[in-house]
Design a protein around this ligand. Sequence first.
Ligand code: MOS
Length: 732
Amino acid sequence: MNLVGAPIDRVDGRRKITGTARYAAETPLPGLTYAVMVESTIPAGTIAAVDAAAATRASGVIAVLTYENAPKVEQHKVAGMTDRNLPLLQDRIVRYDRQPVAVVVADTFERATDAASLVRIRYDTSVPALSLAHGSGYHPEHSHGDEPSVYERGNVDAAFAGADVKIDRTYTTPVEHHNPMEPHATVATWDGDVLTVYDATQGVFGTRSRLAVAFGIPPANVRVVCPFVGGGFGSKGSAWAHTVLAAMAARAVKRPVKLVLARPQMFGSVGYRPATIQRVTLGAKRDGTLVSTLHEVRSQTSIFDEFVEPSAELTKMLYAVPNVRTINTVVPLNAATPTFMRAPGESSGSFALESAMDELAYAVGLDPLEVRLRNHADSDPSKQLPFSSKSLRECYSVGAERFGWSRRVPRARSMRDGGLLVGMGVASATYPTNRSAASALVRLSSDGTAHVFAGTQDLGTGAYTVFSQVAAEELGIPVSSVRFELGDTNFPMGPVSGGSQTTASVGNAVSVAARSARDRAIGLALGDPQSSLHGHDADAIDVRDGRIFLRDRPDVGDTYAAILGRHPQGEIEERGDARPGDEKTAFSMHAFGAQFAEVRVDPELGTVRVVKMVGAFASGRILNAKTARSQYLGGMVWGLSMALHEITRTDARSGRIMNANLADYLVPVNKDVPSDFEAYIVPEDDPNVNPLGVKGIGEIGIVGAAAAIANAVYHATGTRVRDLPIQPEKLV
Ligand code: MOS
């Protein structure tokens, strides 16, 4: 194995840089029309009257759809973790600010935009439910997957009551919106009862199911195409209203329709990370050993659907604690339905848990790294299973070494750089390794190249590249001889690209398909009297550079091109299927990491700058060190953003989101990210997790990052900020 692991450039890099990679909104179709959504301006109430006359009369307008004339479609979800109830112009009820209430279709985008501004809607408003802190909530059945929303092992109350040292704190995280560079976009076209949709999505098959349900047609009648995604981060993991509305509009006007969300609409109906209020109590012995952990999570959902931010899942397994209770409560609000956002649960939850661990370290007078080491879980205490592999200790030591943790003076507010306060913080990271059934198809041609197909997605992560590497490795051909295609429901089925599962799921399918294509080509050669390999034993064969040869006599061989050139069809095709085995019952599977941050705080202005950040992560086998590092760094940057920048603000009286744009919703720019910012790959060999030995890497980079920065801010200032983001006014 030599190609796999190589830090090669993205195979799709050239297409992206030259603009020839085609994103959903760029799909050219003859007769294309343009749809623009009109959104509600109140969070709760009913539509009293719609005046669409001016919009309908405006030049170029083809249709104005409202609840009064929209075709009937199914708006309730049917199945699946990613499916959502959608507001599809089926009734006059307004359930949240920015809910779609009309769709205008015109012959140009500008005319559609203009006409959308002419739609007049009068509302009867009702009192919105807006308070997470005071709203009435309930315990959902599950916090995540099959996990119960109320969990306890041991007896937390008794252990906490008897603990030498007690920490009892509440941490809060705000609503955050994903805002990928590429806004959500859909181009929809009907041919009779057959629908084709070009959609920015993390799951072509999930979107296909949702559209089939909405229109009451068989999934086979829906094709979803998505060769490129400009970032998703969870927001494109579900099919949202605009995708169905685009298809509805296309059917109504009998022409293809393009619907692209404007940036402010990215704060409307495409999900977000819900706000959380998290109480964490830690009971410990004087030596820092934990005896109990309580993690209560209160998060918001919408009044018409349920999403649970599973912030306490990591608390169940991260440390060796005998007594643990975790509780999820969701509070339905007049807000859009939240969704998965990069490391859903782990990112928000690690801020609370890893801040509390830092508070414990000061309370017992220990180095924060030492407290974590003393509570290291050698096996998973929640599942009572061994880890498939775990290199957290190595992550701590590699991270501490590269960061220079030994420079840290233990006491808070004890380090200075001129007039600035200096602080250093650490936090643990973990993310579960997920995997779903996936398939791939490999076609080997007589020109010696391989064409590989899989119904998966590349969110910008590098999926095209690593899957090309896996196929090339198994086939014994150069990466440049592989053409990989994805993002189409006409290809073999793959799961949603969420939960950091794409490589573990699809990579193993590509590996199986490529290996069986290789084996079939070998079989053809061995059985072909015209081949110099005729009659030899398959066990004696090796493949390299597109040539099949005898391991002991490399001069005796045959090329794929020659073998397939003699084959009647001129090509062979093999399908590979991979699905989770019973590893889940034998092992707990997680990636682990350690985050280190150094800050400078201006004591008069309260401004925080991160000057150095080091992450060290162990995620099994790394297929491409370059794209993997980018994933880790991207997650860490987002952690910095979570710590210092991001918050979606809702006006408490009107219930309207006030900063739905990238001027007022702050995200980091290059200057916010220090040049001293590095992610290290800790080597890890995991023979148990799946055949390729890969764990997910897309999400772990954000986990713990905000806590490491918050802990550094405390170390610098002596002020503990438990409410994200850490803004200057909270420090002065
Ligand atoms: Mo990820 S938030 O599961 O797309």
